[in-house]
Design a protein around this ligand. Sequence first.
Ligand SMILES: [Zn+2]
Ligand SMILES: [Zn+2]
Length: 283
Amino acid sequence: MIIEELTVTAFQQHTRIVGCDKTRRAICIDPGDDSESIGRAIEQHGLELQAIVCTHAHLDHIGGVAALKRLKPDAKVLIHQADEWIYEGLPEQPSWIGIPRSQWAALGFNFEPPPRIDQYLQDGQIYKLGELEFTIIHCPGHTPGHVVLFERKERKVFVGDVLFAGSVGRTDLPGGSTEQLLDSIMKKLLPLGDDVTVYSGHGPLTTIGEERRGNPFLTGALSIGGGAKFQKVCLGEYSASWWPQTTLFQFFPKLTLFRVGDGRLSLPICSSVMTLLRFEVVV
Ligand SMILES: [Zn+2]
Ligand SMILES: [Zn+2]
């Protein structure tokens, strides 16, 4: 399997070109921006782009779809139907995350309407790419139509914004649900197997096993709501690669969060800051 990664947008989103090394057929997963570089990488590897696959429709994952489709008009645009309204809403999405309209141009957020969707991805569908076979798994929660792509033989899963090294996707944007997100992770991702490598939309690579054992949102170090059994939890060196404050607060709306140590806090929207923070959580 060929995997070429480009990190794009102010959100440091990992766009990936994934190809079959035998047949040279490829897909681009989540072209967030910079479609010219994506096009060049496809050419350099001698690949033929058969589809643009969107794990979900947030702007940092689909912002480059229109330009890439113009470069590669034969590539089909694939996404789950439940994210179609978010996809169609691309030009307005910057307002969802609170960015003033006056700043859109400077940030590169003046999006044109995205191109027509060619095909809807379905839960359980096997998507063939040359000799590779991806199982499409619907994992709602971060968005209603979020899917992940699992290559069983290669033991790799492309998870978009469902799961990160040490964290999980935020659920406070339109259509998000914390319960659904955790359900998706527990019932659909963890059973794939501890050996499976996880390719997240942001942050470093990880494995299902590492997250099952160490991710505070999954281990019960943080348990949702109800009773708040513990007085105090020290998360120790929590890897703040992704929205640490937002995610902690969505799980514990009433918690008091103290920052200890001298790490930087990240942007409220998302973060490319890979600083280790130490949190003490008092509920
Ligand atoms: Zn997202
Ligand atoms: Zn993202």
